[in-house]
Design a binder for this molecule. Structure first.
Ligand SMILES: NC(=O)C1=CN([C@@H]2O[C@H](COP(=O)(O)OP(=O)(O)OC[C@H]3O[C@@H](n4cnc5c(N)ncnc54)[C@H](OP(=O)(O)O)[C@@H]3O)[C@@H](O)[C@H]2O)C=CC1
Ligand SMILES: O=C(CO)COP(=O)(O)O
Length: 318
């Protein structure tokens, strides 16, 4: 089997570096100048500086070259995925398309597998998700992820596992992709709490109530509870809410502390919060924490107002 990674950001580059241990990997960058620079320097200086690209990684800006692989890993920001799939639908059918992106498409409310199934009907859709920072994967640090695919995926699991990247499989694509998408929203909340100096106890409370929200949403949308308790849900929530490596956490920290934040940094939780609010409204699910994140990121509310609203909610059973 052969692998190509579509999207040469931090995560796509890290995955290409990791899978190059097992054989040749094609890394597709949309920008020909960036592809040239990466070929010359053997480094993605903009998105993943300090990591050498192994010889087994071929960088290209030609989709025709990348699309010769059988397994294609989609590693672009979530709001870009639908456009990419629509543009290349004809050539992508009959491929295995593994989404590595975390989010909900704002226009349709779909996750990655929903988009893949509706826009590229002949393909096979899978999701690779879980607690993993690009820099850790690229350095070969031990990591465990969830591979979700509706059909039997043992062969894909073996193909995408490495000695340091251990995959657990599930058929619950809805649960896996919702866990990965929603944890980013709550990481913004956790970062806000820490940035505003509200303390570790407040963060633990918020993470716990966030997990309750994640579970409520996921169950309402047909996911299995055990998926949310696994790597793609609980595991990634813990990582992202507790590490300053997380861009979602760092955006929240900036909101909480009043610091500035570079708008060119990919922060999936902002659009996901908006998409989540629309889904929750449609399905009548209570999401008080995520609602506050949306209001905060849209500058409709201050951090102290958000805190007061959450603490003043009616007392109830856990
Ligand atoms: N970084 C991480 O640690 C992890 C990230 N992820 C997920 O991976 C996804 C990508 O994130 P990440 O790599 O970190 O983001 P980056 O910001 O590092 O890079 C985004 C990449 O996507 C490319 N891109 C943007 N728009 C398009 C498009 N229309 N078609 C093709 N490529 C496009 C960008 O190209 P250009 O430079 O030309 O703009 C860039 O190479 C996100 O969903 C994220 O949640 C998942 C796990 C870990
Ligand atoms: O998904 C991630 C870790 O699992 C990366 O998180 P950020 O996008 O917040 O950096």
């Amino acid at each position: 089997m052969s692998i190509a990674v579509l999207g040469a950001g931090a995560f796509g580059t890290a995955l290409a570096v990791s899978y190059a241990q097992k054989g040749p990997v094609t890394l597709w960058a949309r920008d020909p100048d960036q592809a040239d620079a990466m070929r010359q320097t053997r480094e993605n200086t903009r998105r993943l500086p300090g990591v050498k690209l192994p010889e087994n990684v071929s960088v290209t800006a030609e989709t025709a070259t990348a699309f010769t692989a059988e397994t294609l890993l989609l590693a672009m920001p979530m709001q870009q995925m639908a456009g990419f799939l629509k543009a290349h639908a004809a050539t992508l059918s009959a491929k295995t398309l593994v989404s590595c992106s975390k989010g909900i498409d704002l226009a349709t409310g779909q996750g990655p597998t929903g988009l893949i199934r509706s826009l590229v009907p002949g393909s096979r859709a899978a999701v690779l998700t879980g607690p993993s920072f690009a820099a850790d994967i690229a350095r070969g640090l031990p990591t465990a992820l969830t591979l979700a695919c509706a059909d039997h995926s043992e062969a894909l699991q073996a193909e995408l596992s490495t000695p340091t990247l251990r995959l657990y499989r599930t058929t619950d694509t809805t649960g896996a992709e919702l866990g990965g998408a929603l944890k980013n929203v709550y990481a913004i909340a956790a970062g806000t709490v820490i940035g505003a100096g509200l303390g570790d106890s407040a963060r633990a409370a918020l993470m716990t109530r966030s997990f309750a929200e994640m579970l409520r949403v996921a169950l309402a949308l047909g996911a299995r509870a055990e998926t949310l308790s696994g790597l793609s849900g609980f595991g990634d929530l813990v990582l992202t809410c507790t590490s300053e490596q997380s861009r979602n956490f760092r955006l929240g920290h900036a909101l909480g502390s009043g610091a500035g934040f570079d708008p060119s940094i990919t922060v999936e939780g902002v659009a996901t919060a908006e998409a989540l609010n629309a889904l929750a409204k449609k399905h009548q699910i209570e999401i008080p924490v995520a609602a506050m994140v949306t209001a905060l990121t849209q500058q409709k509310i201050s951090v102290s107002e958000a805190m007061k609203i959450l603490l003043a909610r009616p007392l109830k059973e856990e």
